[in-house]
Design a binder for this molecule. Structure first.
Ligand SMILES: NC(=O)C1=CN([C@@H]2O[C@H](COP(=O)(O)OP(=O)(O)OC[C@H]3O[C@@H](n4cnc5c(N)ncnc54)[C@H](OP(=O)(O)O)[C@@H]3O)[C@@H](O)[C@H]2O)C=CC1
Ligand SMILES: C[C@H](CCC(=O)NCC(=O)O)[C@H]1CC[C@H]2[C@@H]3C(=O)C[C@@H]4C[C@H](O)CC[C@]4(C)[C@H]3CC[C@]12C
Length: 292
């Protein structure tokens, strides 16, 4: 009996470990023929997500303001193997755009499987200068348009049992200096979408919401904005984009990239917030930060 138990325990352990790791794997077939909207996809992480979806064979609808860049992304997606690729250009400052993009998806495909909310209005990294208009604009583009797109897309997502991916930031989870207006919009996303997720679960609605909490990523915008003030090296946008898609396809509640650094910061946040504050401040070269 003792011998049986001794050999059974490692065996069960192995089976559990295999089950745990195998369920955490993204298989490209999961995205094949899926109908996906990616916002803010003319550059940066959004553009890279479109390319990953393309080689996996998804139908893709990208949006941003700059038409010429979107046209190039669409061409590249088709070359990489997308089932189809289209764009809608416009600014999310325009409250009608969210609905127009979702309507275009319905017209093209008759349904939707994945909504990736990623766009942000250009933001600065400096001491807060009292510019309330800037906060208002960021709330409109980075937060309210996410809510509007979700509302328009929910009926189609309910029908397909689809997913919503909300791209956020460490600045939406703990205090990072010099990005006060932007940080406010990312905390708002967490509040809104985490509450909505609870309601969907209570109502047994099969739509997943994945909040993606990203650290410093090497997009051109980030390099320009923080290259001279933040000394920790950025992580690659291509890998980041793939991790986001993986998190959404596996219907995770939250996704952290880079996993270890972000999880560690979140653990410290809850037990030693002053220490996290001071550690974060020390990552900035404050002499290089603009005052206005
Ligand atoms: N890079 C980083 O270090 C980090 C990024 N993140 C998050 O990742 C996401 C992507 O960031 P990143 O790739 O660096 O950003 P980019 O600046 O590279 O891309 C932003 C995208 O949003 C679009 N956009 C800008 N303004 C508007 C608007 N008014 N209406 C519609 N679209 C607009 C841009 O295109 P166009 O100008 O053509 O409109 C572009 O496609 C964001 O949600 C960001 O908060 C989070 C943490 C760190
Ligand atoms: C550098 C910040 C990440 C800090 C971090 O994760 N530290 C870990 C730790 O201390 O343990 C970045 C977090 C938010 C970024 C900013 C952002 O997301 C908005 C803009 C996005 C744009 O594409 C690039 C510039 C940003 C201002 C971007 C800059 C880097 C962050 C401040």
């Amino acid at each position: 009996m003792g011998l049986l138990l001794k050999s059974l325990v490692p065996f069960v352990g192995l089976i559990l470990a295999l089950w745990f790791y195998s369920k955490d794997d993204l298989k490209p077939e999961m995205l094949k023929e899926k109908r996906v909207i990616v916002t803010g996809a003319s550059t940066g992480i959004g553009e890279q997500m479109a390319y990953h979806l393309a080689w996996m064979g998804a139908h893709i609808l990208v949006t941003a303001r700059t038409e010429a860049k979107l046209q190039k992304v669409v061409t590249q997606c088709l070359e990489l193997g997308a089932a189809s690729a289209h764009y809608v250009n416009g600014s999310m400052e325009d409250p009608t755009l969210a609905d127009d993009v979702v309507k275009r998806a319905k017209q093209l495909w008759g349904g939707l499987d994945m909504l990736i909310l990623n766009h942000i209005s250009p933001t600065y990294l400096k001491y807060f200068d009292g510019d309330v208009e800037h906060i208002r604009k960021l709330l409109e583009v980075n937060f309210l348009s996410y809510v509007a797109m979700t509302l328009s897309a929910l009926p189609m997502l309910k029908e397909s049992g689809g997913s919503i991916l909300v791209v956020s930031s460490t600045a939406g989870k703990f205090a990072i200096p010099f990005v006060a207006p932007y940080s406010a919009t990312k905390f708002a996303l967490d509040g809104f979408f985490s509450s909505l997720r609870q309601e969907l679960i209570i109502e047994k609605v099969n739509v997943s919401i994945t909040l993606c909490v990203l650290g410093h990523i090497d997009t051109e915008t980030a390099k320009k904005t923080v290259g001279h003030v933040f000394w920790l090296p950025p992580a690659p946008k291509e890998e980041c984009a793939l991790e986001i898609i993986k998190g959404g396809a596996l219907r995770k509640r939250e996704l952290y990239y880079q996993y270890f650094a972000v999880r560690t910061s979140l653990l410290i946040r809850d037990w030693a917030p002053e220490y996290l504050d001071s550690r974060t401040r020390n990552h900035f070269i404050v002499e290089n930060v603009k005052r206005s």
